[in-house]
Design a protein around this ligand. Structure first.
Ligand code: TYC
Length: 99
């Protein structure tokens, strides 16, 4: 294991990972089935959890898919956007940094 020398290095080593919230936005064109599939395949939700999140977004306009370390949140959001694009859906997913 690498040696830690200075106080700054100790502080960097002990820092909490930066976390991000992934937020799904409603639209009138993406199908409910596709949103459920994205939530199951990319955000690892069960069918029931995915349905609940999708319906919440459909009714209220937006909803949280999950909170992840920054890189994972970006990767999941990008994967979802690319899959939606490939299927010609205008699905919008944003990330919000938490710390
Ligand atoms: N509102 C869409 C419909 O009625 C379903 C939908 C839900 C779309 C959630 C996007 O993030 C979304 N087909």
């Amino acid at each position: 294991m690498a040696q830690i020398n200075t106080q700054t290095e100790v502080e960097l080593f002990l820092q909490e990972p930066k976390m991000s919230k992934v937020i799904l936005l409603n639209d009138d064109y993406t199908t409910m089935e596709f949103v459920i599939k994205i939530l199951m395949d990319i955000f690892e939700k069960s069918y029931n959890q995915a349905t609940e999140i999708m319906l919440n977004v459909h009714r209220s306009g937006s909803g949280v898919c999950g909170i992840y370390p920054y890189d994972i949140a970006e990767f999941k959001a990008k994967s979802a956007k690319m899959s939606a694009q490939a299927h010609h859906f205008p699905l919008k997913i944003i990330t919000q940094d938490l710390n």
